[in-house]
Design a protein around this ligand. Structure first.
Ligand SMILES: Cc1cc2nc3c(=O)[nH]c(=O)nc-3n(C[C@H](O)[C@H](O)[C@H](O)COP(=O)(O)OP(=O)(O)OC[C@H]3O[C@@H](n4cnc5c(N)ncnc54)[C@H](O)[C@@H]3O)c2cc1C
Length: 594
């Protein structure tokens, strides 16, 4: 196998290249260090957090701080931070595992995320040596608590439209004034990453301490869920901030904000993936124990369908998460200037995989909502009652589609960022789209063959999905040119096709690898991958038809739709029996099966 370099490990490359299943990182390839960190995080949540949920929900913030300290002592806050600043410096797979496991309690996961992802990371990635020395040891040990103040009441999605000002003073210091909204950990943090416009113009990040005169937090928001997580406004009233509190460069606050979001979105996807597993376990156990008509409801086909579908969707999400984390790690490892304390390779790798991070965020947040809804439905009336877990999950999870960039914004970013890469010549997307167009016009263009061999038909279907992406993207570029960004519906359809394509291919590659390595549960891997591809094919066809019909008509549209039909002429699989097998295995195990 050729050695990976920063030239060969590229975000979005999966769209135009074939991937060897053996090169893909999967949960079956975890090492002992990964397993240990998972055990540590899971035991922490079960032993320390779940027993005190009621107190957290009563907003006993000193308890959140105590729990952060315990996380710090266990090394969970510093998985990406070098030892010299108190971290444990593990790979991104380990970070993914910690995020998945912390999801065991959603409110605390938000507290944890605001600290580890939104405060520690920007200081490590953009801080000066003095800023790192001053803040990281306290934050990584959990002695200090942090929060990230980007949003304002008038600017959430449009974060760069912030009104908070930082007026430059003759001595080089700044005076900050403004109000930030919906700040997680706002009620108890000591350190805030605050975004403000220098002299009302230059968007800039600052490190601001709560103890500085003029900093205060407003009243706690009464939220739908996440009652154990603090969310407040942060008020800045003429706060004098020293010159050395600027994080990164003046006027480059967007770099801090967007890069933090890149990783934050990936980790949110991981937390959601952890949440899906919890819901599968609860649903499988309940279905096994609840009887109606003198029969456990788990034996009913309608319930098996739900459990099987939840399992297949989690399989695809999880496969995509581990594949992406593996790619980010490969990219960092391939960097020529990789050395301890140099954050640049990580920053560049996260930028490189920003599309995949947005996919993780959208797919993760929508898969967990799907799984919670089905878990609640399997619980029947009990699902609607506070004493049973789905009711709380239902409220807690809803915000995942809103924060870290709404799913609408992320859907626009997914194709938008890919096309930018193409324009910059980093990804030969347009060349591939042109080649496909020539192929489409040729009447000899064939459908993917039905083939023998484990999952070769599904692999071919994934190849066809990629061609659909190219077809829709190419048509959109031709039709709208530079005005494409105004065509949000088409971009959103394209995003949906891209999400299903990346997730399906990730599932197929993992199942092929499991088959090639003769894992004992390889057949269940195959079932999950086949269900994923089958369902994706239907969704992709519909999204592509809608997108194409919005861009062409008459003969052109007819030719395109005929080509689409040929591409997606995929023989449907008997997913009923596959879902039944997946459901039976989940019920027998009382949990997610992979
Ligand atoms: C519990 C909670 C915790 C939070 N924690 C933090 C935190 O720690 N730090 C922080 O800075 N922020 C935080 N936020 C804020 C969060 O990031 C914002 O709420 C989010 O970015 C959306 O912004 P908004 O609420 O202003 O919605 P808006 O931007 O007003 O969006 C409203 C609707 O319009 C859509 N929309 C907006 N612009 C476009 C567009 N250009 N094209 C298409 N559709 C569009 C959106 O998708 C959405 O559906 C938190 C929010 C909540 C609820």
């Amino acid at each position: 196998m050729a050695t990976a370099t920063s030239e060969t490990v590229k975000g979005g490359a999966w769209l135009i290249e074939e991937t060897d299943p053996a090169t893909v990182f999967t949960p079956e390839k975890l090492n002992d260090e990964h397993k240990l960190i998972r055990q540590t995080a899971v035991e922490f949540i079960k032993g320390e957090v779940l027993p005190v949920v009621e107190r957290l929900e009563k907003k006993e913030w000193s308890l959140n701080r105590e729990l952060l300290k315990k996380c710090g002592a266990l090394g969970l806050l510093g998985t990406n931070i070098p030892e010299e600043y108190g971290g444990v410096d593990l790979d991104k797979i380990a970070t993914l595992i910690v995020s998945e496991s912390i999801a065991g309690q959603a409110s605390f996961a938000t507290t944890f995320g605001a600290q580890a992802n939104l405060t520690i990371l920007p200081i490590y990635m953009f801080g000066t040596e003095a800023q790192r020395q001053k803040y990281l040891p306290g934050l990584v040990s959990g002695e200090m608590a942090g929060a990230y103040c980007l949003s304002e009441s008038g600017s959430g999605s449009d974060a760069l439209g912030a009104k908070t000002k930082a007026m430059k003073q003759p001595d080089g210091s700044f005076v900050l004034s403004g109000e930030k909204m919906w700040i997680s950990n706002g009620g108890f943090a000591d350190v805030y990453i605050v975004f403000a416009k220098v002299d009302g113009e230059h968007f800039t990040a600052f490190i601001v301490e709560r103890k500085w005169p003029g900093v205060s937090s407003g009243k706690e928001e009464h939220k739908l869920g996440l009652h154990g997580s603090s969310t407040t406004p942060i008020i800045l009233q003429d706060v004098k901030v020293p010159a050395d509190a600027v994080l990164g460069e003046i006027g480059k606050g967007h770099k801090v904000a967007f890069n933090v979001l890149n990783f934050g979105r990936f980790k949110l996807g991981a937390m959601c993936s952890g949440g899906v597993k919890i819901n599968i376990a609860e649903a499988a156990k309940y279905a096994a124990s609840r009887k109606q008509f003198n029969t456990p409801i788990a034996t009913f086909g309608a319930i098996k369908h739900k459990l099987g579908e939840m399992t297949a969707r989690e399989y695809a999400l999880e496969s995509m998460m581990y594949r992406t984390a593996g790619l980010i790690d490969q990219r960092i490892a391939a960097s020529p200037d990789k050395k301890t304390g140099n954050a640049a390779p990580m920053l560049l790798a996260l930028e490189e995989f920003a599309v995949e991070a947005s996919i993780a965020k959208v797919l993760g947040s929508e898969t967990v909502d799907f799984a919670i809804d089905e878990n609640l439905q399997i619980h029947g009336g009990n699902g609607f009652v506070h004493e049973y877990p789905p009711e709380g999950h239902y409220r807690d999870a809803r915000v995942n589609r809103i924060f870290e960039g709404t799913n609408e914004i992320n859907r626009l970013l997914i194709p938008g960022m890919l096309m930018k890469k193409a324009m910059k010549g980093e990804l030969p997307l347009m060349q591939a789209a042109k080649a496909l167009q020539d192929e489409i016009m040729s009447p000899s263009m064939s459908a993917p063959d039905d083939a023998d061999g484990a999952l070769s038909a599904e692999a071919r279907a994934c190849g066809a999905f990629k061609k659909v992406v190219l077809m829709v993207a190419g048509t959109a570029m031709q039709r709208f040119g530079t005005k494409l960004e105004q065509e949000q519906e088409v971009l959103s359809y394209l995003a949906d096709i891209l999400i299903d394509t990346y997730a399906s291919e990730s599932a197929v590659l993992r199942a092929q690898d499991a088959t090639n390595r003769k894992l004992s549960n390889a057949e269940l891997h195959q079932d999950a991958a086949r269900v994923t591809v089958n369902e994706s094919a239907g969704r992709i066809e519909l999204a592509a038809r809608n997108a194409l019909a919005a861009m062409a008509d008459g003969d052109t549209l007819r030719t395109q739709l005929a080509a689409l039909r040929r591409l997606l002429k995929i023989t449907p699989a008997n997913t009923v029996v596959m879902r039944r097998r997946l459901a039976d295995a989940a019920v027998a195990k009382g949990s997610y099966i992979f």
